[in-house]
Write a protein that binds this ligand. Sequence first.
Ligand code: ADP
Length: 378
Amino acid sequence: MANLPLLKQFVESVTAFARKYKHDLFFRTELNVIVLQVLFTTLILALVAVGFSVLYKDVSTNLLVGIMTGIVASGTTTSAVIVENLEYLKDRNFVLIAAAITLTTAIFGYLLARLTLAPTRNALESQKLFIGNVAHELRTPLSIIKTNTEVTLFDETLPKDARDTLTSTVEELDRISDIINNLLSLNVLVRPEKIPFDNVDMGVVADRVLAHLAGLTERKKLTVTVERSEYATVWGNLTALEQIVMNLVKNAANYTQSEGVIKVRITPDYRGHIVTTVEDSGIGISEEDLLHIFEPFYRADSSRTRGSGGSGLGLAIVSELVKLHHGSITIKSSPGHGTSVAVTLPCGRIEKEEDNDDLQQVSVDFSKYFGPQKQDKA
Ligand code: ADP
């Protein structure tokens, strides 16, 4: 009877422990890692034990056979044969045990890493979803405010001061709406399998982006040129590709002084991939900043103090979207002289099939699109 409170306490601790295990993700991971480590050690010990007993068995059999042969033949080479056999057995067992232990360590290392990173992975995913939901909720009220402000601006009797204030409000609203679009992309990137892919002409993408940004480039009196090859089709998602080019051209415009130059070039590379380059004659990026500009929310000091640009999300989104398209991105910059960003994307597919399988990709015969001169170059 005296044991009853003790038993009750024990049951309570077990229940609390089980509850914690069920609800606390980090506690569960810690325990799982401990269990896995114990299992790992046990397995290694078992492997060593098996290795030694096999070696012991082989050695004793070898000795026995050697001695028996020696008795029967009473030859002088018996001991040399025994030693040779033992050497062979030692080497064989050592190699086998080493291989088994290495393989087990690799498998357990992988399992351990997966287990330990699971809470971080989940947290990142929920964070992106949360950001996406908030951004989505903000979109509607923002567009209502923008429409109302624009309607007010139609009033011709509006005093100049009020007009200037409202115009700058609309500009700021555009900036916020860009940030929200970028945040929404982060959200979409959580589930890339939901993004439909198709053949997209990068020339059309560039035209649409430049038309959209005409206000900004004209205001800054920038000279914008576009150079494109006849074949500029990539395999991708139109909205995502527009966002890639939009973010790059917007950066080029934001970080280039008035009357500067922006060149957009769309050309195939030697593998037939399509390279879209956005080059500007702007402020450039220092070597130190170049290492960080793809990190979310990173902004170089120069851009922060200038008050231009956005939130530091633009290039982070670009790099995620390029990754999603199995492409690559290269950035070259010279402070004070300009920046060139090149995005390389796989070319379009001639036949589109239902399954989303990499094997369906077909190669494009570029000789149909370019003269011999360009082909030689490639
Ligand atoms: P932001 O919204 O600040 O433009 P991005 O992610 O697009 O964020 O870019 C990150 C930083 O990289 C910018 O703050 C800027 O300092 C630098 N940067 C990007 N593009 C250019 C460019 N074309 N010229 C100079 N600096 C650039």
